[in-house]
Design a binder for this molecule. Structure first.
Ligand code: PRP
Ligand code: URA
Length: 206
């Protein structure tokens, strides 16, 4: 299942991050704001349970998060979405997966892994701005899949149809939430129209 966000404020910020003329500081701030939209939508799909609360007036029943949440940014660019997720889900733990896509083969190479313990109540939320071929996301879900968990959520900024299909094929139960679904990948594996290299634009590298 894939959820694609919409809305004028979101679209306004997408225009900012897509522009080649946007400087790193403005880019980072806009990614943060878009990240809040993505986090708000993604967190709607956390498992919930009913909880009794004594207000000053009476006892009422409300939905609260069922189980623990582990947010997993794919390094490096995934760090750009971490703060928005922790702002809206402050009790989450954070696990890290370091992947670098080989720009010739487009295959991800893992260079770092540090995940907190999980159990049958855990929801993993994997965050990465770009879902291009889907190789990095599928590799991350492949290594989370055998760990104890209840639910897998995938949160991205921009996806290509190729990446969405790759995740759907390999992990059909993983719910994808993206801010925009772009047209296609170009012949060197970049999303078009896209925004270029998310890591370079977030961290001011080339
Ligand atoms: C980018 C991006 C994703 C990956 C997407 O990271 O942040 O992780 O490429 O491409 P894919 O869907 O084809 O795997 P990159 O490997 O460039 O590393 P970086 O975050 O360190 O810049
Ligand atoms: N990684 C990026 O940062 N951008 C793309 O368009 C594709 C992969």
């Amino acid at each position: 299942m894939t959820t694609i966000l919409s809305g004028t404020a979101l679209s306004h910020d997408l225009a900012i991050i897509r522009s080649r003329d946007t400087h790193v500081d403005v880019f980072r701030a806009a990614v943060h704001r878009i990240g809040l939209h993505i986090a708000a939508e993604t967190l709607k799909y956390l498992p919930s349970k009913q909880h009794h609360v004594d207000t000053p007036l009476e006892t009422t029943t409300v939905d609260v998060i069922d189980g623990n949440v582990v947010v997993v940014p794919i390094l490096r660019a995934g760090m750009g979405l971490l703060e928005p997720f922790l702002a809206l889900c402050p009790g989450a733990s954070v696990g890290f997966i370091g992947l670098k896509r080989n720009e010739e083969t487009l295959q991800p190479n893992e260079y770092y892994r540090n995940l907190p313990p999980s159990d049958a109540s855990t929801t993993f939320i994997v965050i990465d701005p770009m879902l291009a071929t889907g190789g990095s996301m599928v590799a991350t879900l492949d290594l989370l899949r055998p760990l104890p968990h209840q639910r897998l959520l995938v949160a991205c900024l921009i996806g290509a149809p190729e990446g969405v299909h790759a995740v759907d094929d390999a992990h059909p139960d993983a719910h994808i939430i993206i801010a925009a679904l772009d047209r296609e990948l170009n012949d060197v594996g970049y999303i078009v129209p896209g925004l270029g290299d998310a890591g370079d634009r977030l961290f001011g590298t080339t």
